[in-house]
Design a protein around this ligand. Sequence first.
Ligand SMILES: NC(=O)c1ccc[n+]([C@@H]2O[C@H](COP(=O)([O-])OP(=O)(O)OC[C@H]3O[C@@H](n4cnc5c(N)ncnc54)[C@H](O)[C@@H]3O)[C@@H](O)[C@H]2O)c1
Length: 240
Amino acid sequence: MKIALIGYGKMGRLIERIARERGHEIVAVIDVNNTEDFGSPAFRSADVAIEFTAPQVALDNYRRAWAAGVPVVSGTTGWTAQLDQVKREVAEGGHTLFWSSNFSLGVNLFMMLSKYLAGLMNRYPQYDVTMTEVHHTHKLDAPSGTAITLAEGILEKLDRKTRWVKEQAAAPDELPIRSIREGEVPGIHTVRYESAVDSITITHDAKSREGFALGAVVAAEFTVGKKGFLGMEDLMGNEQ
Ligand SMILES: NC(=O)c1ccc[n+]([C@@H]2O[C@H](COP(=O)([O-])OP(=O)(O)OC[C@H]3O[C@@H](n4cnc5c(N)ncnc54)[C@H](O)[C@@H]3O)[C@@H](O)[C@H]2O)c1
């Protein structure tokens, strides 16, 4: 498979290594200093582009790749306020975007577990729920995209919570997400249920970024030849 990379930072470099190990060819690499290369024959020859950049530029990158006829797999987080609009653009333009706030298989299993637990907890109002996420100090967005997706899963199943908020809950129907930035932590997500007599805590702790990079390459393999807006549920459902 011919892969173009958009964003050659921590994730872009890891993805390059893992893609090569899986027998793929990297035909183009676009970063801030060569964004004119979206129009290059090398970029246009790609079967798929893998995009890991920054929230302010991600949507523009998707549009430029689509204009070049290249489907996109992206893990850039921090732009989900525009998610509905992007989904509309994908549908109306006949484009392809595989997007996930977290490409790790383990995190996606953790999300399923968290949703299941929230469903059980719906019948036990004596438990209040809080979330914490810990990431490296270079991370631009807070809470993390993964924490937001986890929170949305909980809100879907737990009737007594109606929205997530940053740091502190001001009302009983709010689910607080505490964000901690320290060192080079690749990502820790914790969901905690607490009653007067006990607590139940589930945690996913990523050991490195490799799980995300591998997931993105597997998603790219899955995406080629498909249309529309795709996500990890499509990929993992397909693998079962
Ligand atoms: N979905 C996931 O599984 C997952 C995992 C890790 C990181 N992320 C997210 O991916 C994004 C990138 O993470 P990272 O750790 O690689 O960051 P990074 O800062 O190491 O790399 C980002 C790269 O994008 C480049 N860039 C900036 N603007 C650009 C533009 N207009 N065109 C092309 N390249 C441009 C930067 O120069 C840099 O090289 C972040 O939003 C992060 O939150 C997602």
